[in-house]
Design a protein around this ligand. Sequence first.
Ligand code: SF4
Ligand code: SF4
Length: 383
Amino acid sequence: MKPKTHEILERAAGRCTEEGECAEVCSHLKTLGDVCPGGIARALLNGPVEDRVRDFILKCSVCGLCSESCDHDVDLRNVVRAAREQFIEDGTMDPEEYRYLWIDHDWNVITAFRDTYQINEQYEDLLKESCEVLFFPGCALANEGPELVRYAADWLAGAGHEVGLSPLCCGAPLVEMGLTGRAQRYTEKLWKRIREIGARRIVTACPNCQVRLEHTGAGEEIEVVSLFELLAEAGAKARVIGNGRITVHDSCPSRQGDLGQHVRALLGDYEIVEMKHHGKRTLCCGSGGVVSQIDPEICGERARVRLEEVEETQADACITYCMACSHRLAGEPGGENIRYVLELVFDQLLDHGRYYEMIEAMWEGEWGEYNRDRVENSKELEL
Ligand code: SF4
Ligand code: SF4
């Protein structure tokens, strides 16, 4: 076991009082009965782990809600990530199971979708060799909302800046898979590329990208700022739909940050009805922790639990500020009124159902065979 992993597990085992306040907020943690995060850490330190602990680790959405209930500074997300890394190292987990989400490879679900539907062509002129402001929409938005990417880039350019686009991944999925070394290598290449472009400012539209780029870019003299913050500062307002009553789904990576406040400022012309779990205590939409590759059904269950809270608000729509959350929630019954915030800001509603059909179709027939073949034979990406 790596010293770093050992340190993370020892810390959790030492700090946890095992009183179980965290399990009160998480049904997944409850599946372990009376085993608390401290017990999980000890089981991992002593190894080999029982199947139920392995299962818990691989199906945790790494959402961080449990940590919000902990007064003893135990962050179970770090334990889960360290355990996943250890599982890959000792062969408990085969990283091939995540291959379709290997964003550090030339072909994966994201790049294969983009190529199948020629998405890149829609913003090719924005893929510049040098620019002052680099718009970094994140994988989900770049695939599902290329029209919104264009609107956002135009809005940024309207402020007089030279704007380019990076449709690359921020690298966060590799961290969640436990592929820590590869995540680090990818991140180094990504930042080298950003420096080569000469960007002084990176503008994100995804909470995962914002947190990951801020975290890994410490020491770089390049500002990382959210598009939602810039729009809110400029006084932009979302178009009002329905009766003007909405709710907001906050994203797990930003539960500690102020992205949610900027988005609420954009929604200032609405009556906002908050869900029982919002802000710091938001619930995962079901897409967190790369669990979809291990147990897609549990992801659906998590989305349905979230949608029950949406329904309780009786709002006309539920607004997200992460396209991956929109995608996950819109795919379940009751998810018809999920909207990514930029759809309302730029008055361009997307057909989320159509996106599901496109994903399905890319794995069918000759294209399906071709896409599977290239993902299964993918090579590490050179940026
Ligand atoms: S709330 Fe914190 S200290 Fe209490 S059982 Fe959970 S992790 Fe341990
Ligand atoms: S990170 Fe989220 S899913 Fe995992 S144990 Fe904590 S609350 Fe539950």
